[in-house]
Design a protein around this ligand. Structure first.
Ligand SMILES: [Zn+2]
Ligand SMILES: [Zn+2]
Length: 302
């Protein structure tokens, strides 16, 4: 049975302003779904997001927890941090580019439209000071785009691979978000096909490398319900193979977390229950999903 969820967005997140839920509303939804331990993890892409979305989330978190003292130790404050290029992090952090020169979304998603350095060096916009300032208890790190190399299939693969390893090994990362998730929407991906369409065709060497890195850096692996049921845009057995892989990781002693990645309404209680049963069938012990109870609190050293 699924009792925890550490990847939940609120209405403060840059992509949830219209569809999002307040933390108070989330608590009601989570209660209905039987989730007892959870964390909010709104998006951070660049340093630009902290004083806006994350400051708002932190404020709301403190106010909400003050109203719900019973949730102390069960409700956590995190972020979902995208891997970015070091180049754009630096450009934005040091204001080497004017905000009003960015053609869309301001700096929210970094400098995505631009011709940045081809297959750029990955990095993450976080540091000890920021983590302390906003009281960030945990970091979910995710890869959301290739870094300036769409149109070159080999480079896209390489970019994702380098970004995943960067995310897992980063000293601030606690959980690897939605491995193999592919964002199909933005215009700048220039029609590149999802290279992770078929789990079978993801090279064994890459699967082993991810497992090795998770184990080495003691980073948890997030199981997303999105991947646990058949999807029309993924190969028919993707969900089975994905969950079997997660079960194998758990057998290796790698921590698994459950992350719904809810942006709008939370999953229906029966859907959460169904995914829990699917995970069990695939060999995942859901009673051992990581829920922070044995973790040292606060930006623990890694
Ligand atoms: Zn994400
Ligand atoms: Zn997310």
């Amino acid at each position: 049975m699924i009792r925890s969820d550490f990847h939940i967005h609120t209405h403060n997140s840059c992509d949830c302003t219209k569809i999002g839920r307040s933390m108070e509303e989330r608590i009601e939804e989570l209660k209905a779904a039987g989730i007892t331990d959870f964390g909010f993890s709104d998006h951070v892409h660049t340093f630009y997001n902290y004083p806006r979305e994350i400051a708002a989330s932190r404020r709301e978190f403190d106010e909400t927890l003050a109203r719900h003292p019973e949730l102390k130790g069960h409700m956590h404050f995190g972020i979902e941090l995208s891997v970015m290029s070091e180049w754009e992090i630096d450009m934005i952090e040091h204001e080497r580019i004017a905000e009003d020169s960015v053609p869309f979304q301001t700096f929210t998603y970094g400098l995505r439209w631009s011709d940045g350095p081809f297959n750029a060096t990955p990095g993450m916009a976080i540091n000890d000071y920021i983590r302390k300032q906003y009281g960030i208890e945990y970091v979910v790190a995710g890869v959301h785009w290739a870094l300036f190399c769409y149109g070159d299939d080999k480079a896209v693969w390489d970019s994702y691979r380098r970004q995943y390893l960067t995310a897992i090994a980063h000293p601030h990362t606690d959980i690897l978000a939605h491995w193999l998730w592919w964002w199909n929407e933005p215009a700048y991906i220039k029609g590149t096909q999802n290279p992770f369409y078929d789990f079978k065709k993801v090279p064994e060497t890459f699967k082993d490398e991810i497992a090795w890195a998770l184990k080495t850096y003691d980073t948890a692996f997030e199981v997303q319900p999105f991947f646990c049921v058949p999807r029309s845009f993924l190969a028919p057995d993707f969900h089975k193979e994905y969950m079997e892989y997660a079960a194998k990781l758990q057998d290796m002693g790698i921590r698994l977390t459950f992350g719904s990645d809810a942006h709008g309404a939370y999953q229906k209680p029966e859907d959460i229950a169904y995914v829990g049963r699917q995970m069990e069938t695939a060999g995942i012990d859901t009673s051992k999903l990581y829920d922070f109870s044995e973790r040292k609190p606060f930006y623990a050293e890694k």
